[in-house]
Design a protein around this ligand. Structure first.
Ligand SMILES: Cc1ncc(COP(=O)(O)O)c(C=O)c1O
Length: 406
């Protein structure tokens, strides 16, 4: 039944005529790459999240790379993160020649465990950056992470010192907009990085945004985003003060976001509150339905409305091979009913590259492994509609009923 007209995809961007018009305007303007539209998106995004500076990039992966580089991560340094994440969170550390040390997730959520992080920082004296992930849009306990960063700040060696000791870079790829009492997730650490990938809560197709309150880190990332030039192409070609002259002050990267994509981002940002409330409404309907069904565990959240609901990751109750088989059968039932789903995440320590590099086995991070085996992420996207939500709920309710009869 897959891919037919009533197939419910796992994710779908909420795009309309406004995005089409905005792209057309850029296409017709004569300036396609990074320019005034990307600048405007940066300013509007910084204002929205409450950050001093925002830097538009062509992906969150690029943003994480720039962030780690800016805080001095390089050969000989270590980055502490969780294995419960996407490929790039850890890969960017390796791009810079640094090593990664994984730290398991909490018992009750999918985010890095701050007590285990504290112990890791005790052992590892070369940690130059801590990289927590707000998995699914559920914010990490940043207070506890900062406390650990501060307690072990003398152990970071040379390099940039963060606001609270060892620099903390938030992987905020999922957490736009996760509102916490201290501010939006992504604006709390030294640097935060959001993703505008096609499935994210706000999209430009591919893209991302870095935010920071630190002028020196902002300046470094701006330079490294654009070939290590001392000024940007926009200034060189279009400003009234334009000059052909520039200097290369570093061996930089090419990570800028073009205006063509930034135009989509500006429209998406303008409707961010509506997109967010639609996600909240779908999560609410799922919660209500699934809390009444046996054998399911609702996605973790803090009950303070801070979840961005990028993902609705349901868990099947149980453990070991049995729960993995049950989860797989739930995915198959969804597929059979023409409903897309996904799994977040296959932990990195199960991946051949990381397992081999650090001689890791699945049980080294038992919570990440167990969560992975039990989880399935359900469709949640603005414009999904009540009928589609009902179909997901009915399919899962039928699966639960059939399971209990076995
Ligand atoms: C947790 C996390 N971090 C980083 C990224 C990378 O984002 P991008 O695709 O914008 O590079 C993703 C992408 O899905 C992600 O899920």
């Amino acid at each position: 039944m897959n891919q037919n007209s009533d197939f419910i995809p796992f994710a779908k961007p909420a795009l309309g005529k406004e995005e089409e018009d905005a792209v057309l305007e850029v296409l017709r303007s004569g300036w396609l790459t990074t320019g005034k539209v990307a600048r405007a998106l940066e300013e509007e995004f910084a204002a929205f999240v409450g950050a001093k500076r925002a830097l538009a990039v062509n992906s969150a992966t690029s943003g994480l790379h720039l962030a780690l580089e800016a805080v001095g991560v390089g050969p000989g340094s270590v980055v502490a993160t969780s294995p419960y994440t996407f490929a790039s969170t850890a890969a960017v550390a390796r791009h810079l020649g640094a090593e990664v040390r994984f730290c398991d997730i909490g018992v009750a959520d999918y985010n890095i465990d701050s007590d285990l992080l504290d112990r890791l920082l005790e052992r590892e004296k070369d940690v130059r950056a801590i990289l927590p992930i707000h998995v699914g849009g559920n914010p990490c306990d940043m207070g506890a992470i900062f406390a650990a960063a501060e307690r072990h700040s003398h152990e970071g060696g040379q390099g940039v010192t963060g606001k609270r000791g060892i620099p903390v870079i938030e992987d905020a790829a999922h957490s736009f907009p996760s509102r916490t009492a201290a501010g939006l997730a992504g604006t709390l650490g030294d640097i935060g990085v959001y993703s505008f990938y096609a499935t994210k809560t706000m999209t430009t197709g591919e893209g991302g945004m870095i935010v920071t309150d630190d002028p020196a880190l902002g300046a470094r990332m701006a330079t490294m985003r654009m070939h290590g030039f001392d000024r940007e192409a926009w200034d060189r070609y279009t400003s009234r003060k334009a000059s052909w002259y520039y200097e290369i002050v570093e061996a930089g990267y090419k990570y800028n976001l073009p205006d063509l994509l930034a135009a989509i981002g500006r429209v998406q940002l303008a409707k961010a509150e509506r997109l967010f409330s639609e996600r909240v409404a779908i999560a609410g309907r799922y919660d209500e339905a699934f809390s009444g069904l046996d054998g399911l565990v609702l996605p973790p959240r803090k009950n303070d409305g801070s979840h961005a609901w990028h993902l609705y990751s349901l868990r099947v109750d149980g453990s070991g091979d049995a729960v993995e088989a049950a989860r797989d059968s739930l995915i198959a039932a969804l597929q059979e009913a023409g409903i897309g789903s996904s799994v977040h995440f296959i932990p990195l320590h199960l991946m051949p590259y990381w397992a081999k590099r650090y001689a890791l086995s699945p049980s080294d991070f038992p919570r990440a492994w167990a969560s992975y085996r039990a989880s399935v992420s359900l469709p949640i996207w603005p414009g999904m509609g009540n009928d589609a939500v009902d179909r997901v709920i009915e399919t899962i309710a039928t699966w639960v009923r059939n399971r209990s009869f076995r």
